[in-house]
Design a protein around this ligand. Structure first.
Ligand code: SF4
Length: 307
């Protein structure tokens, strides 16, 4: 379109990027380079297809996305002084799931893969039975009901709307000479000005190293953005599926470890670039993994002919 500026593929870092990089270099290439510009109407068909694959979600990922979306609505409503009743939150989740499922089943998501839900199971012709769908809906409902009983939600309710500092804001923070993307689920301010970073989880495990790293990076963001001191920072993982709560103190050494991890990860990613200044990567430098277990759950297995 005349006058429209082309988006530049600038190098940046995120925890999820790090995860893909460490799982399979070919998947990393497809995700961050091969599918670039795939949203354009004039994109070559193979680039467009990689872009469609990049945006697919498995049923567990979809479950997490729906829960996060409804929890965000509930916390935002609380921050506006009008808490969302649990029955309305459940209705909202049910409607969203029905809409998502139809967009995926009918293939409508292909029109706007980044805005509509495309399930990996539909794309790869895997069965999604009514029973498993029912189970997913029950699981989502359980997570939403548990939200209202968590100590984090109760704390925000008790402290009032002004305690909600930000909710799922996509922001970046400069780190190791690079833009690092962050999106904490909620940041809560207590009466004594200390900050609590809350991370909602819907998976079957809790208290992992990956979560510790993620929360430490959010801690760095909170220090840089709100001038918080590590002594007055706390992170909480609320596992809404398991009904568990885990507290992570964000001491200075924890933040320093996270900084070192980010720096080393950036270095490894940039070492594989063909042109580091222009952020250009060549597929030949990003081999397919030998770990076929990783392929089984991968969005790109059609591109690799491992479907
Ligand atoms: S299918 Fe396997 S080799 Fe191909 S991108 Fe996915 S994980 Fe990597």
């Amino acid at each position: 379109m005349p006058g429209q500026r082309e988006l530049q593929n600038e190098f940046s870092w995120s925890k999820s990027r790090d995860g893909v990089f460490n799982t399979c270099l070919r998947a990393y290439y497809y995700h961050y380079y091969g599918s670039w510009n795939g949203w354009r109407h004039d994109a070559p068909s193979d680039v467009r297809e990689l872009y469609v694959m990049k945006n697919l979600q498995s049923v567990p990922m979809w479950t997490g996305a729906v829960v996060h979306d409804v929890v965000r609505q509930a916390v935002q409503a609380l921050g506006e002084g009008q808490p969302l009743p649990v029955d309305l939150a459940l209705v909202s989740a049910g409607q969203r799931m029905q809409r998502d499922f139809e967009e995926s089943r009918t293939g409508r998501f292909r029109r706007r893969p980044n805005r509509m839900c495309g399930l990996l199971e539909h794309y790869y012709d895997l069965p999604v039975t009514n029973e498993s769908l029912q189970e997913t809906m029950i699981s989502v409902g359980g997570c939403i009901k548990r939200l209202y009983g968590t100590s984090s939600y109760q704390k925000m309710l008790h402290l009032g709307p002004n305690s909600v500092v930000e909710v799922e804001k996509l922001e970046s923070v400069p780190l190791c000479g690079c833009k690092v993307w962050v999106s904490p689920d909620v940041i809560v301010r207590s009466k004594d000005d200390s900050l609590m970073i809350v991370d909602w989880k819907t998976g079957g495990s809790a208290f992992s190293e990956a979560t510790r790293l993620q929360l430490a990076i959010y801690g760095i963001y909170a220090v840089q953005t709100y001038g918080a001191s590590p002594q007055s920072l706390l992170a909480v993982e609320e596992n809404l599926r398991l009904g568990e709560e885990h507290v992570y103190p964000l001491k200075e050494w924890v933040l320093e470890e996270a900084r070192k991890h980010v720096e080393s990860s950036i270095r490894k990613m940039q070492a594989l670039l063909h042109d580091r200044v222009r952020n250009i990567a060549l597929i030949r430098d990003f081999p397919m993994t030998d770990n076929l277990v990783a392929c089984m759950g991968c969005r790109f297995r059609r591109a690799c002919e491992r479907a």
